[in-house]
Design a protein around this ligand. Sequence first.
Ligand SMILES: [Zn+2]
Ligand SMILES: [Zn+2]
Length: 169
Amino acid sequence: MTINVNRIAEQGLALNDTIDLDSTHLLEDESFFVEGLNYQIFFKRENQRIQAQGKIKTTISLVCVRCLEQFELKINSRFDIILFPKELVNVRSTSLDEEELEYIFFENDQIDLEKILIEQVNLFIPFKPVCNPDCKGICPGCGANLNRSACPCEESKNEIKFLFEKVKR
Ligand SMILES: [Zn+2]
Ligand SMILES: [Zn+2]
């Protein structure tokens, strides 16, 4: 899905749509799109660069790092990025600082819209996602999901503690 920069008029170009994106582009393991992605984007020329401001809205399914269960994460975020023509970046590559390298490039007057949207989704996904901030995770002993019930290991641990306390007394 590419946008030719020549479509961007003096007053800018506004686009919005709901599209299905390929889940294989998601960086997080075992994650997938639960629904289509709705986007609104506004492109504006700034000399040779292009400013892209927009909003994305979708839902993805992720695996919680603590309890290892799938959960859904609603994504609703805004972005404001600068796109550089790749040709321009090559010429002045030596003077690019690290921050500038993060800017998304476009090539041969073509903007890869899908790439921009996917990148925004990936940026939204937290490092080590959890289903709930209070997720208790799984028991290292028996593998039970501690969000659902206490496991036998917990009980026997308490029993041992109880006996120990008794001995001390
Ligand atoms: Zn969890
Ligand atoms: Zn257990």
